[in-house]
Design a protein around this ligand. Structure first.
Ligand SMILES: *Cc1c(COP(=O)(O)O)cnc(C)c1O
Length: 389
């Protein structure tokens, strides 16, 4: 078994007769058949091969194969966005009457799907408190089919013990689906702890350069088969161009994640001792409430730091306005350092009360540490803390 970096680089689509070194872009909506018999056999699933790019395409297959190797998964399906992956995993595997257990600390759009849409189709959801693991088991009932969590969570950076949750899901025979966006498989591999599915937004660190949207679900073959059937018919497929970009990006995932983590860790340490900062959240800081768990299941702390600035909502906005280099944008996991204010952006669709229940305080600032030199990142954040007083 080769190492992570090697697999991320050397897992490639089959070479064409041109013997190219870098995999070409297969911009084709459909594929031809040798004869009527081959066409029949492929449609009947008796023979593997590409039929139509809504189903499979060599570029999307390469991205999927790579992600399967990196996550240690049997199979996968790639989608146009991360939310399409989240949604497809719910729609393909749940039915009316089923129950899903999620956590109070979850991405804004996922929260919207769980609260506003799934109930319309008779699928109920409970939200467990990440800080009270002892309460989770009592929320599982005979209709519970899936546990869906994020760790570290967006934007709260809460950590859930994957070994413990894997055991709980196994005991109750429930599908464990983990959104692994923040850690990426370089830092954390949920399948090793018992997860059946791992969901990603490719838009974040997998691309890592703020260029393309994408998503993927990988995991158990029999579950992916259902997701594949659902997606093949309903059409959220990833475009070949975006798949090609994502597959190329994965070649540098390891070195990018190392530097993102190093920069974020340094920044977190500095913010923790800053007089204008009330509190800092970073999984690998001793002060993080789940520091021990983070150390057990993650190889490094990742690239996201959040902090509560003194002075609440107004100060938070003044801080963003005072930044000179860091970008104000809704994305994360880019080469460029990004600052956001979740209360007025990603979680603005939630009520103030809902926001507080998922840990989003008015002055919470989320920093996605980029790959610029840490000296320049720190200088910009320090001057903005000073100027926004
Ligand atoms: C961004 C994000 C998603 C959604 O991904 P898109 O590609 O934007 O659809 C899902 N989960 C987490 C944790 C995210 O950060």
């Amino acid at each position: 078994m080769k190492k992570f970096e090697t697999n991320a680089i050397r897992t490639q689509a089959e070479q064409s007769s041109n013997r190219e070194h870098s995999v070409p872009l297969y911009l084709t909506s459909s594929f031809t058949f040798e004869d009527a018999e081959q066409m029949r056999a492929m449609f009947a699933d008796e023979q593997d091969g590409n039929i139509y790019s809504r189903f499979t395409n060599p570029n999307t297959s390469e991205f999927i194969d790579k992600m399967c190797v990196l996550e240690g998964a049997e199979a996968g399906f790639a989608t146009a966005t991360g939310m399409a992956a989240v949604f497809a995993s719910f729609m393909a595997l749940l039915k009316s009457g089923d129950h899903i257990l999620s956590s109070s600390s979850i991405f804004g759009s996922t929260h919207t799907v769980l609260t506003k849409f799934l109930p319309k189709w008779g699928i109920s959801c409970s939200y467990a408190d990440v800080n009270k693991p002892e309460t989770w088991e009592s929320l599982i009932n005979e209709n519970t089919k899936m546990i869906f969590v994020e760790t570290p969570s967006n934007p709260g950076l809460d950590i859930i013990d994957l070994q413990w949750l894997g055991n709980l899901a196994g005991k109750h025979k429930v599908i464990l689906n983990v959104d692994n966006c923040f850690a990426t498989p370089f830092i954390q591999r949920p399948i090793e702890f018992g997860a059946h599915l791992v969901t990603h937004s490719g838009t974040k660190y997998l691309d890592g350069q703020g260029r393309v949207m994408g998503g993927i679900v990988v995991g158990k073959k029999e579950l992916i088969k259902e997701i594949h059937t659902f997606c093949r018919s309903t059409g959220p497929a990833l475009s070949p161009f975006n798949a090609w970009t994502l597959s190329k990006s994965l070649e540098t995932l390891a070195i990018r994640m190392e530097r993102h983590s190093q920069n974020a860790h340094k920044l977190a340490g500095l913010l923790e001792n800053h007089p204008e900062v009330v509190q800092v959240r970073y999984p690998f800081l001793l002060s993080h409430p789940q520091f021990e768990i983070a150390k057990r299941q993650m190889s490094m702390g990742g690239g996201i730091v959040s902090f509560e600035i003194k002075g609440g909502v107004e100060r938070g906005r003044r801080f963003l306005d005072a930044l000179q280099m860091c970008s104000l944008t809704a994305n994360l996991g880019d080469t460029r350092t990004i600052a956001t204010h979740p209360a007025s952006t990603t979680h603005s669709k939630l009520t103030a009360e809902e926001r507080l229940s998922v840990g989003i305080t008015p002055g919470l600032v989320r920093i996605s540490a980029g790959l610029e030199n840490i000296i320049d990142i720190v200088a910009d954040i320090e001057q903005a803390l000073e100027r926004s007083k």
